[in-house]
Write a protein that binds this ligand. Structure first.
Ligand SMILES: [Cu+2]
Length: 504
C-alpha cells in the first residue's frame, strides 16, 4: 500500500512536529515499528473518507486548470513582473454548485514548491492544500485537487506555501445553492489586495526586513525612500497598529484606483456584491459612495440582514452585501486601514464622471460594520449547548523581534490543539499583542460569540483585536489535521500558526 503523508503524520505528535520542522515529508525513513501506532492513522483516514461520503454529491464535475508561473501583469497602465495563475490577477473565477466535484489541476511552473488552499470550504482534509494533509506541488509537477463543497458561499483560493499568498496567486471561488431564492438582479465580485511585487520590494525582501535579517539595508532603504516599515499608522477600528507594511498599491480586481474596473448595472437593480479581502497585511474599510449596504453573509454564511454604510474586512474575510443601485457613476472604495490609501472600482448605472482616484466617500465614516454587529440566521446558528471542550489559542509576539507565536511556540515547535470528532469546542483567542490578527481555521466554520455572550455570525476568519479575548464555538465534524493561523501572510510565515488535530 502506498503510504500517504497522512499516514506518516498521524503516527505521533512528535512525527508531526518533525514533519513540520522538516517542512515536508522527510519522514519516509522514520521508523514505524509499532503496529499499535498505526491504528489511529487508519481510523482517521477512514473517518476522512466517511466524512466525504456524507457530503452531498451531485455527480457533476467542474474542471479547471491553473498554472502558477512568472508573469507580467497590467495593473492599469502599470506593469508588474510577478507570479500569477496564467497572466490574470485575480485568476478567473471557479464556480460550482453544492455537491459538485471540483477537479482543479494546478501545474507548477514556479521555481519552488507551491500549493492551493481552498479558503473557507469545509472540504476533505487531504485536499485542503496545506502540508502535512496535502503535499506541496514541487516545481515542474502538477496535482489535481478533487473535492466537493457541502456549503454554498463566497470563498477564495490561494497558495499556503511560504509567502506565495502575497503575489498575484489568488482567485475567487463561489459555491452556489441552486435552491437559494434569488433576491438580487446582478452580482459583482470584488477582490481586494495590497500590492508590492514587481513595483516595490518583493514579499521576500519585505519579510527579510521585518525579521531583521537585512536590517542595515532596510534602514538605508527606508531612509532613502521613506517607504518600507514607515508609513503605517494606527486604526481606531483595529485598536492600534493597522499593519506592518505600507504597500505601493491597493487593488480591486487587479487594478489600481486610477484605472479602476467598472461594473455596469441599471438604476434600481439590487446588486449582490461579494467582497473578498485577498490582501496579506491590510484591513480594508469598504464603502460604496452614495449607497448603504445590507450585509447578508459573513464568510459565506447567511446573517440577519443588517444595514451598514461601510465594512471592516481583515485578510481572508468575505462579506456579501446587497445594494440598490442609484443612477450615476459611483466609486466602491476600499480604504487601506491606517495606510492613508485606497483601492477602488466603479459602479456605473448611468451618466456621470467619477471623482478623483483618491476620493474617500463620507460613508467610510458613518456606520462601519464590524463582526460584533452580525448574527447568524437561525438556519446556520450552531445553538447554545454547553461546549464539551475548551481550547485556547494565546496569540503573542511583537514587532521588534517579529516572533509571532500561538500558545508560546512558533509553528515549527507547535503543540497542536486536539479535538475528537463530534465534540463541541469553545475556542478562545487571547490576543496578548499590540496588534490585531485575523485568525483563520481551516476545514470548519465557527460561530463567533459576541462580547455580551450572545451568538454572532458564522465565520472562518475573524478579527481579534489587540489585548482582547474572543471566543468562537466550533463543532468537530470534519476529521483531519487543520491549520489555525493568523491570515497576515508575514505573521503566519514568522510562526503564528498551529493546527487543530482530530484524535481518537
Ligand atoms: Cu497576525
Amino acid at each position: 500500500m502506498t503510504e500517504s503523508p497522512l499516514d506518516r503524520v498521524y503516527l505521533s505528535r512528535r512525527a508531526f512536529v518533525a514533519a513540520t520542522i522538516a517542512g515536508g515529508f522527510a519522514l519516509a525513513g522514520c521508523g514505524r515499528s509499532s503496529s499499535a501506532a498505526m491504528s489511529p492513522t487508519t481510523s482517521l483516514r477512514a473517518a476522512i473518507v466517511a466524512a466525504e461520503t456524507a457530503r452531498p454529491h451531485t455527480g457533476r464535475t467542474v474542471t479547471a486548470s491553473l498554472t502558477p508561473q512568472p508573469a507580467t501583469i497590467d495593473l492599469g497602465g502599470t506593469l508588474a513582473r510577478t507570479l500569477a495563475y496564467g497572466n490574470a490577477v485575480p485568476a478567473p473565477l471557479i464556480r460550482a454548485n453544492v455537491g459538485d466535484e471540483l477537479a482543479v489541476t494546478v501545474t507548477n511552473r514556479l521555481n519552488h514548491p507551491t500549493s492551493m488552499h481552498w479558503h473557507g470550504i469545509a472540504l476533505r482534509n487531504d485536499m485542503d492544500g496545506v502540508e502535512p494533509a496535502t503535499p506541496n506541488i514541487t516545481a515542474g509537477r502538477d496535482f489535481t485537487y478533487r473535492f466537493s463543497s457541502p456549503h454554498p458561499g463566497t470563498y477564495w483560493a490561494h497558495p499556503h506555501t511560504g509567502l506565495d499568498a502575497d503575489y498575484g496567486l489568488y482567485l475567487p471561488v463561489i459555491i452556489d445553492d441552486p435552491n437559494e431564492p434569488s433576491r438580487y438582479d446582478a452580482e459583482w465580485i470584488v477582490v481586494l489586495d495590497d500590492w508590492t511585487d514587481g513595483i516595490g520590494k518583493s514579499p521576500k525582501q519585505l519579510y527579510d526586513d521585518l525579521t531583521g535579517q537585512q536590517k542595515p539595508a532596510m534602514d538605508y532603504m527606508a531612509g532613502m525612500s521613506g517607504m518600507a516599515m514607515s508609513g503605517v499608522g494606527k486604526s481606531d477600528l483595529l485598536g492600534g497598529d493597522a499593519g506592518d507594511i505600507s504597500y505601493p498599491y491597493y487593488l480591486i480586481n487587479g487594478r489600481i484606483p486610477a484605472a479602476a474596473t467598472t461594473f455596469a448595472a441599471k438604476p434600481g437593480q439590487r446588486i449582490r456584491i461579494r467582497i473578498i479581502n485577498a490582501g496579506s497585511d491590510t484591513a480594508f474599510r469598504v464603502a460604496l459612495a452614495g449607497h448603504s449596504m445590507t450585509v447578508t453573509h459573513t464568510d459565506g454564511y447567511p446573517v440577519m440582514p443588517t444595514e451598514v454604510d461601510a465594512l471592516l474586512m481583515g485578510m481572508g474575510e468575505r462579506y456579501d452585501v446587497i445594494v440598490t443601485a442609484a443612477d450615476g457613476v459611483f466609486p466602491l472604495v476600499a480604504m487601506a486601514e491606517g495606510k492613508n490609501a485606497v483601492a477602488r472600482a466603479l459602479l456605473s448605472t448611468g451618466v456621470g464622471t467619477p471623482p478623483d482616484p483618491g476620493f474617500q466617500p463620507p460613508e467610510l465614516n458613518k456606520r462601519v460594520g464590524t463582526v460584533d454587529m452580525f448574527t447568524a440566521t437561525p438556519a446556520v446558528d450552531l445553538g447554545s449547548a454547553q461546549p464539551d471542550l475548551n481550547l485556547s489559542a494565546v496569540l503573542a509576539g511583537d514587532m521588534m523581534h517579529y516572533n509571532w507565536t500561538i500558545n508560546g511556540e512558533p509553528f515549527s515547535k507547535t503543540k497542536p490543539l486536539q479535538i475528537k470528532q463530534g465534540q463541541r469546542a469553545a475556542l478562545t483567542f487571547n490576543n496578548t499583542t499590540m496588534m490585531w490578527h485575523p485568525m483563520h481555521l481551516h476545514g470548519h466554520s465557527f460561530q463567533v460569540i459576541k462580547p455580551d455572550g450572545s451568538p454572532g455570525p458564522r465565520k472562518d476568519t475573524v478579527i481579534v483585536l489587540p489585548n482582547q479575548k474572543l471566543s468562537v464555538n466550533v463543532i468537530a465534524d470534519n476529521p483531519g489535521v487543520w491549520m489555525l493561523h493568523c491570515h497576515n501572510t508575514y505573521h503566519q510565515e514568522a510562526g503564528m500558526m498551529t493546527s487543530l488535530n482530530y484524535v481518537t
